[in-house]
Design a protein around this ligand. Structure first.
Ligand code: ADP
Ligand code: ZN
Length: 756
């Protein structure tokens, strides 16, 4: 019997291809191994998905495999089969999914192959990509002529200006043409590039002394015992660790990992992107030493590859990272932890649009491993799974430090209560007084405002026109930095503020609203002796954010002003006042999850107050204090909120009571996009499931964000209670995509999170 094999080539093609296995290679062609194959006229590197005995179909001549690249398969069988299932679940090309799981160095071989048609030298050598040095780009003080920069060059420059220096490789993760863009920017004198040795991994710079595990409290012990028992049984099980902020969930994770390692199995720890800090990693290093793989975007390619290999070979058994850690090739996987499982950053919003929390459940299930999802404000999806008996709930009802109690929360009705001494409406009198009092007591304040920049809009006082981005249907934000510029927060366009209104030509443009830059300035003026600092994407990426938080911990900052970045898991003992400046900004988005997200945010930010012996206080300012998210947050009543919100969702038939797949359609030409969306909707409606109405087809409709980066956006939403039916209808609609106008881009988003 001849041997055949299925090969996925790392290119965006939906399917795998069949090849014949020459007798001489039969022993070494194994699933997960990379092979060299002829594809069209090129030789490409593919990954073997499966082998089978049998003959090629009548009349088909299969090409033979040219060579086997790896003596050992690069992907272990468990990971490979998980990736195949992920690819099928998300309608994502298997080649693209493999790209996510293979480190760049492995992919580099593909580039060499494509360029030269063959791989130089021996195939199994570990290549140092670009040697030990890596290339950085950094912005200069030169200001460009208006209008000379377009597309990615403009975006790359904007990113560099807000982040400072960045490795070019990191820019490439965001922008496909980053290299060309940097070259262009360098030729204009706007950036300079430099090659040098990468710094030591920031997560391992300081030595971390081993800690002494604390004695668990009763709830923690009970949770640990359940997880232990599941690990001992070695069959798959899944838990929701539902514990209030500061209840000691991390301690439970640490024990679970220890139990897993003791059984000779490996673990994956996933945390939200912004929580992946040296401080967090330090807690794991303090317990397990430095044999941890921290998978993060700051690694050079060579280091990332080395890390990947150490995990693959089992030299390191614990991998920590953001969502992409779900692809870590951990051998003999026994445990997957997802901290802050409700966090939106677990959903990848470009390329393969997977949800790492959902995939954690899937991978754990297939690997007979234990999954633990942890949160103080679990997602409705997870709560629903508990009710269906698919997740086991473990509760930590109290804060771990016995003295620490949950903070007292009050609301300020912005419609009725006026400003304090600053005269700014968003710094109400009660908030102003509370800040005064806290500072006088030598304690710290966090002020949360989810608007970056100085002023969220630039408005003409004579005609009322609001300055909007030329490429996107959103208002421009005014930033004070670098002499004052208007910026689009969606496409990163940036330009000077004009002298007059673009509509009526009157020279009467005014800055409206309050952003974090202005808040920082206003607070610093109002409290001249206080040390005020700001934490948002404009001042800080990972390392800098950590430095600001370190100062906060050291008591060198009195008031910390910031966006979402101030809300995440930081354990800051001396913070006794948290102010939420405008709760409505988060609660009024056109998204069925707006209320859930707003509530989570309120609880998270409130959880920053009073974590030790001193009682904390939270002030939530809103124009609608009666709304449920605010009311339940005020009472710290997560359960009641969940009940309320679940009832609402059930009534309107949105997830978790149904499933969605979203077709996102966009094009430079509005009509083309509209028409394409129409075709997709029509296909969905004529599917058997569409006709029987088991699957509802909503749309085509313009997306809430109707235009982005110059492209008009439409969408078609499929919704059903029946997952299989939804899949079938989605497949029918997706089959229409290849027939559409070439200028239109369509992506399928299964279980969408971002609804804009
Ligand atoms: P969570 O992850 O639930 O927000 P943490 O794990 O950060 O909570 O715990 C909050 C604080 O309580 C930390 O300072 C932690 O060291 C401490 N802690 C956790 N468990 C215990 C325990 N059993 N005894 C004493 N302190 C504990
Ligand atoms: Zn824009």
């Amino acid at each position: 019997m001849p041997l055949l094999c299925e090969v996925a080539v790392p290119v965006p093609l939906a399917r795998a291809f069949s090849y014949e296995v020459p007798l001489a290679l039969a022993a070494s062609v194994r699933p997960g191994a990379r092979v060299l194959v002829e594809f069209g006229r090129k030789k490409v590197l593919g990954v073997v998905l499966a082998t089978s005995e049998g003959a090629a179909p009548e009349g088909v001549r299969l090409k033979p495999i040219t060579a086997v690249v790896d003596p050992e398969p690069v992907l272990p069988p468990e990971l490979l089969s998980f990736l195949r299932e992920l690819s099928s679940y998300y309608f994502a090309p298997i080649g693209e999914v493999l790209r996510l799981a293979l480190p760049a160095v492995e992919r580099e071989d593909v580039r060499v192959l494509e360029a030269q048609g063959e791989l130089p030298g021996t195939l199994s050598r570990v290549k140092q990509v670009g040697g030990r040095k890596i290339a950085y780009a950094r912005p200069t003080d030169v200001v460009e002529e208006p209008g000379v920069l377009r597309g990615q060059a403009a975006s790359v420059l904007a990113l560099l200006r807000s982040n400072g220096e960045m490795p070019i490789a990191r820019l490439e993760e965001k922008f496909g043409n980053a290299r060309a863009a940097v070259k262009k920017l360098a030729s204009l004198g706007l950036v300079v590039t430099e090659e040098r040795e990468p710094p030591r991994d920031a997560f391992f710079v300081r030595p971390e002394p081993r800690d002494e595990p604390p004695e668990l409290n009763e709830a923690q012990s009970a949770a640990e015992a359940r997880i232990e028992a599941a690990l001992a049984e070695a069959k798959s099980s899944a838990f929701l660790l539902f514990g209030v902020t500061g209840s000691g969930k991390t301690e439970v994770y640490l024990r679970a990992i220890a139990g897993c390692l003791a059984r000779g199995r490996g673990a994956i720890v996933m945390v939200p992107e912004i929580a992946l800090t040296p401080q967090l990693v330090a807690r794991f290093r303090a317990r397990f030493g430095d044999d941890l793989a921290v998978l993060h975007s700051g690694l050079s390619e060579a280091d990332r590859h080395a890390m990947w290999k150490r995990v693959r070979t089992g030299a390191v058994r614990v991998a920590i990272g953001a969502r992409s850690a779900i692809f870590a090739p951990v051998a003999n996987l026994g445990l997957i932890l997802v901290d802050e499982e409700h966090d939106g950053s677990f959903k990848q919003e470009e390329g393969v649009r997977y949800h790492a929390r959902d995939m954690a459940l899937l991978r754990a299930h297939r690997a007979a491993a234990v999954a633990v999802l942890g949160s103080a404000t679990p997602s409705l999806e997870s709560v629903h799974l508990v009710r269906q008996g698919k997740l086991t709930e473990l509760r930590l009802p109290d804060r771990a430090h016995r003295e620490a109690t949950l903070p007292e929360v009050t609301t300020v009705d912005l419609r009725r209560i006026g400003p304090g001494a600053t005269g700014n409406k968003l710094i109400s009198l009660p908030l102003h007084r509370a800040i005064e009092k806290t500072l006088a007591a030598g304690e710290q304040v966090i002020l949360f405002l989810n608007r970056r920049g100085f002023a969220p809009s630039v408005v003409c006082e004579s005609c009322g026109h609001v300055a909007t981005c030329l490429a996107c249907s959103v208002a421009l934000t005014f930033h004070r930095a670098r002499g004052g510029r208007m910026r689009c927060h969606y496409c990163d366009w940036e330009g000077p503020m004009p002298a007059a209104c673009s509509e009526c030509r009157a020279p009467s443009l005014a800055l409206e609203g309050l952003g974090t830059e202005r808040l920082e300035e206003t607070i610093a003026e109002a409290f001249p002796t206080a040390r005020v600092a700001r934490l948002d994407r404009d001042v800080a990426d990972g390392a800098k954010a950590e430095a600001i938080l370190a100062k906060m911990r050291a008591g060198e900052i009195d008031v910390l002003v910031g966006t979402q970045m101030v809300t995440k898991g930081h354990d800051l003992g001396n913070v006794t006042l948290v102010g939420v400046l405008n709760a409505d900004a988060a609660l009024s988005l056109p998204d069925f999850r707006a209320s859930e997200r707003g509530f989570q945010l309120l609880v998270q930010v409130a959880g920053r107050a009073g974590r030790r012996d001193r009682p904390g206080r939270v002030i939530i300012q809103t124009r609608n204090p009666e709304q449920p998210a605010v009311q339940f947050a005020k009472r710290h009543d997560v359960n009641a909120f969940l009940e309320h919100e679940l009832a609402d969702r059930a009534e309107v038939g949105y997830p978790p009571f149904s499933r969605l797949s979203l077709f996102r359609v966009d094009a430079l030409d509005e009509e083309a996009a509209r028409r394409a969306a129409g075709v997709i909707a029509a296909h969905a409606k004529t599917s058997p499931e569409g006709q029987s109405r088991v699957v509802e087809v909503l749309g085509p409709a313009a997306a809430p964000l109707a235009r982005l980066r110059g492209r008009y956006r439409f969408r078609v939403l499929l919704r059903s209670k029946d997952r299989r039916a939804l899949r079938a209808a989605t497949a029918v609609a997706a089959a229409a995509i290849p027939e559409l106008d070439r200028r239109v881009r369509v992506v399928v988003d299964v279980d969408p999170v971002a609804m804009l």
